[in-house]
Design a protein around this ligand. Structure first.
Ligand code: ATP
Ligand code: MG
Length: 564
């Protein structure tokens, strides 16, 4: 049912499930669910939850549902439900036949609310929102009972029916659970369970004008579906007594167990959908799938693979303690994947023309270049070589400092898969002094990259043949934020956007095999990094590549971490 993974995960939730299975709890069934609210696109934090929930189902012969928690008509949209389904499938998980919506249960949830009223466990409260807050008390002081708390069952039933019929304005009444205004746990101080919202719902349209609150809808939806283990993040730990209270108070078909784990916090990004939505709405990125966004659609477009993200989720593990994961860990996962799986190619991002004075005019050779150094079975490709080539501008220095082993006047270097060349002169623009082109000679005896006389060169450069190299656009993406914790301490996270997170180069030259790169195909550009043909903007003949990740961690040095 799901993507194959190396070994079943071991974590404290798996241990609970193992014990439950041994005790034949739930008749030996395991059912989990992934319950996104369709109010935005999924991000890398959701990937942790998806891998956990679908992974536990897979490892325990169970099933995992995808359930939209669509109880707030003000923020939810159908296009989000579509994007979320696409992302879950892309990540490698299959929910066919198990796609649910909390809104499908609105009828049953309403009936449960009526049942609570009948049991004397819920009442219609007519305090204003501000008054409700005031009556709730503080951490040190108990709350006060609402003056409406002792309404009769009949009066409550009548008022709730009229709330449903649309007789009242938003905020005029709410239905509250009658629990304990003196509870040390705020969540048990008569929490609201139904409110009036005169909004069209993306699925139920105008059928309802009262909507259930998350805490009420969630556990009951779990129970309606037959979920056995309801796994959520730590901030819901204090809600667990309420989750249990609803299930105990009502004759529900089953008794799911809520288990909390620590959410993923990742450096150099913000994680909440609300903040990601701000970036989109304020035009600070180019949409939810901007390749700099840590959304699953952004990562996909950037060139991340589902396997790399699953490996990342496996690597970071599951625990009860909040912690921060380094962005470099995620980058390492994609780097390892692409090192193994991406074809090699040559692309010159900032071209400098080199003329080989002693190479025959009009001559062309086809040189063999391996597609993958670790996998000879992937074969070779032909790379044309001719009298005029391009190299990278920064592979040449007129006055090189110590330690620069690339091309310089009088110096010899190797062209990858080709010949040794030696620089004989530099042509400059008379007006600006900028370097226009280099004249070099090549040594025909060094074809393939070695000199028969055994002489060595220190540098090897990538290159393309000028006449044969199509133009390409390359976007050098970097981290979207330059601060490790952009939203720490109430900071305005938008003040920490990295001004250099995207650099677009429109004059790149690539080897001919890249001209028709299929959208979404990934390469290692030799010496440059890993790149992916953009799935939206790239077209055969006019390729556009996104940098997925550099070859090495360039941020480690900046932070003084690692060896760089
Ligand atoms: P956000 O604040 O980003 O909107 P959310 O928790 O409100 O996150 P939901 O759509 O309600 O988003 O989340 C669906 C599921 O994904 C929930 O079970 C939630 O616990 C889980 N989830 C959300 N963010 C993370 C995270 N950073 N790490 C792990 N799980 C997460
Ligand atoms: Mg939410």
């Amino acid at each position: 049912m799901t993507a194959p993974e190396a070994a079943p995960a071991t974590n404290f939730i798996q241990n609970i499930i193992t014990e439950d299975l041994a005790a034949n709890k739930n008749g030996g069934r395991v059912m989990t669910r992934f319950p996104p609210e369709p109010n935005g696109f999924l991000h890398i934090g959701h990937a942790k939850s998806i891998c956990l929930n679908f992974g536990l189902a897979r490892d325990n012969a169970g099933v995992c549902n995808l359930r939209f928690d669509d109880t707030n008509p003000a923020t939810e949209e159908t296009r989000y439900t579509e994007a979320i389904q696409e992302d879950v499938r892309w990540l490698g998980f299959d929910f066919d036949g198990r796609l649910y919506y909390a809104s499908d249960y609105f009828g049953r949830l309403h009936d449960y609310a009526v049942e609570l009223i009948r049991l004397g466990k819920a009442y219609v409260c007519s305090l204003t929102a501000d008054q409700i807050r005031e009556y709730r008390g503080t951490l040190t002081e108990p709350g006060k009972n609402s003056p409406y708390r002792d309404r009769s069952v009949e009066e409550n039933l009548d008022l709730f029916a009229r709330m449903r019929a649309g007789e009242f304005d938003e905020g005029a009444h709410v239905l509250r659970a009658k629990i304990d205004m003196a509870s040390p746990n705020f969540n048990l101080r008569d929490p609201p369970i139904y409110r009036i919202r005169k909004r069209e719902h993306h699925r139920t349209g105008g059928a309802w004008c009262i909507y259930p609150m998350y805490d009420f809808a969630h556990g009951l939806s779990d129970s309606i579906e037959g979920v056995t283990h309801s796994i959520c993040t730590l901030e819901f730990e204090d809600h667990r007594p309420l989750y249990d209270w609803f299930l105990e108070s009502l004759a529900t078909p089953c008794r799911p167990q809520q288990i909390e784990f620590a959410r993923l916090n990742l450096t150099y990004t913000v994680m909440s959908k609300r903040k990601l939505l701000q970036l989109v709405n304020e035009g600070l990125v180019e949409g939810w799938d901007d390749p700099r966004m840590l959304t699953l659609s952004g990562l996909r477009r950037r060139g991340y693979t589902p396997g790399a993200i699953r490996n990342f989720c496996q690597l970071i593990g599951v625990s009860k303690n909040d912690s921060w994961i380094e962005m470099s860990t995620l980058e390492l996962c994609i780097r390892e994947d692409l090192n193994e799986n991406a074809s090699r190619a040559m692309a010159v991002l900032r071209p400098l023309k080199v003329i080989l004075d002693n190479y025959p005019e009009g001559g062309v050779e086809e040189l063999d270049a391996p597609n993958h150094p670790l996998h000879p079975e992937l074969g070779t490709r032909k790379v044309p070589f001719s009298r005029e080539i391009y190299i990278e501008q920064d592979d040449f220095m007129e006055d090189p400092p110590k330690g620069f082993f690339r091309l310089a006047p009088g110096r010899e270097v190797r062209l990858r898969f080709a010949y040794f060349i030696r620089c004989v002169s530099v042509v400059k623009d008379e007006a600006t002094g900028a370097i226009k082109e280099l004249h070099c000679t090549y040594d025909s005896a060094t074809r393939g990259g070695d000199a028969p006389d055994g002489r060595k060169v220190k540098g090897t450069l990538h290159w393309v043949s000028a006449e044969h190299a199509p133009k390409a656009t390359v976007r050098l993406y970097d981290r979207l934020f330059s601060a490790e914790h952009p939203d720490a301490g109430g900071d305005d996270f938008k003040a920490h956007l990295n001004p250099n997170s995207k650099e677009t180069l429109t004059d790149c030259r690539v080897e001919p095999s890249l001209a028709g790169a299929a959208p979404g195909s990934r390469y290692q550009f030799e010496r440059q990094g890993y790149f992916c043909a953009d799935s939206v903007d790239s077209a055969p003949g006019a390729p556009v590549f996104n940098r997925v990740v550099t070859l090495k961690d360039s941020w480690a040095k900046i932070q003084g971490k690692g060896s760089g």
